[in-house]
Design a protein around this ligand. Sequence first.
Ligand code: AMP
Length: 120
Amino acid sequence: MAYDTNNIFARILRGEIPCKKVYEDEYTLAFHDISPQAPVHVLVIPKGAYVSMDDLAANGSDREIAALYRAVSKVAHDLGVAAEGYRFLVNCGVNGGQEVPHLHVHIFGGRRLGRMIQIA
Ligand code: AMP
């Protein structure tokens, strides 16, 4: 799938739409999900134009891939959910339930999450 430069997260990265930022570095941006599904629900996105985790794995640099994982861990620690545990989740494509076509890692925490998040 070609990258849509007008997707909502691309617009957040360009500063055209506000977000509740929790972390930013050279390669990543993290912000609160607008419709939280848990007491802590944050999205971590790469600054690069990647549609999905598949796209990042195929076309991203090792630095970008490492930065995304490190940002997820840092954000979980910074938001205080790492000690008691949390979930990170990436929806990929139609069957995965991906709605926004810019790669994003969900971080859920702050309560017992059960075995899986149910997506209707
Ligand atoms: P997914 O179904 O994995 O593509 O998840 C997309 C997520 O983006 C959902 O959890 C939405 O609540 C969230 N979302 C959509 N628009 C915004 C926005 N402007 N700011 C923050 N989160 C958003």
